[in-house]
Design a protein around this ligand. Structure first.
Ligand SMILES: [Zn+2]
Length: 281
């Protein structure tokens, strides 16, 4: 059996952009970290005695529109899911992410800019083995309208079905098998998406102030994308949902060996699934 090792970055790398919630400029620098350190966020704009936030499912404090992590001092970092998915899929288990504000830059709305940045910094294998989580029984969370489940499998597989018909968008089910498919090619570039019909609600509620056609696919009437260059994949939305699931599940801080099945899940259900999973262990 292949032994999987922990890994970090070979060198530091910085990424700048805007925060999708605030609309303000923000940047992060990612640094190598020692074995067993995990992924840890450090808020440079907060006092050192309370500015560390571990990328752990227990620290998920909010799941509306994105995944937000908070420490016990209620210091938070938002929109970690795309960067988390990039770390997980590149096998990075240890890293320090220094952020200059409460948001990770949204970039183009996908994980691709993070994958590129981390790859350019280089990946350093470490000698300790990765922590592996074998799913040994089926756990299901949710109801008929939205649910998510984990069950035993010999590789990490995601089977997903979403229903956006009410918004005029047809979506076929899609599957991702981490041992066969290529995250960088098949998933990483799929962007966040939204519906023009929701734009007014978001504006009224001061949500997603930084959202634009630069960092999201926006669907107008009958599921037609309003972005000038159209879609990156014909089924970009469901691929993006898979990207979010990988990011959310990575907060288990283990390599997952098991199958995820979901129907219209979101960040909240994914978090509840991990809480339930660790409750039983
Ligand atoms: Zn997302």
């Amino acid at each position: 059996m292949e032994i999987m090792h922990q890994a970090t970055l070979k060198s530091e790398v910085s990424i700048s952009g805007i925060g999708v919630h605030s609309g303000n400029p923000c940047s992060i620098s990612i640094f190598p970290a020692p074995e067993d350190y995990g992924i840890v966020y450090i808020r440079k704009d907060v006092d050192q005695s309370r500015n560390l936030i571990a990328a752990n499912y227990k620290n998920v404090s909010e799941t509306t529109m994105c995944t937000k992590l908070s420490n016990k001092f209620e210091v938070s970092i938002s929109t970690v899911e795309h960067l988390s998915a990039a770390f997980y899929s590149l096998g990075i288990t240890n890293a320090i992410v220094k952020a200059d504000s409460e948001e990770i830059p949204i970039m183009d709305g996908s994980a691709f800019p993070f994958v590129k940045a981390i790859s350019s910094a280089g990946i350093q294998m470490q000698s300790k083995e990765k922590k592996i989580l074998h799913i040994t029984r089926t756990i299901k969370i949710g109801d008929d309208k939205k649910w998510a489940a984990l069950s035993p499998s010999d590789s990490f597989i995601i089977n997903l079905e979403c229903d956006f018909l009410a918004k005029g968008l047809r979506t076929d089910p899609f599957s991702y098998n981490a041992s066969i498919d290529n995250f960088e090619q098949d998933i990483a570039a799929a962007r966040s998406f939204g519906f023009f019909s929701d734009a007014e609600y978001l504006r009224k509620n001061n949500l997603a102030l930084g959202a634009s056609l630069e960092n999201a696919v926006v669907f107008g009437d009958h599921g037609v994308p309003m972005n000038k260059n159209g879609l990156r994949y014909f089924n970009e939305p469901i691929r993006h949902k898979i990207l979010d699931i990988i990011g959310d599940l990575s907060l288990a801080q283990h390599e997952i060996v098991g199958r995820y099945d979901g129907f219209c899940p979101g960040h909240h259900l994914n978090n509840l699934l991990l809480i339930e999973l660790f409750k039983e262990n």
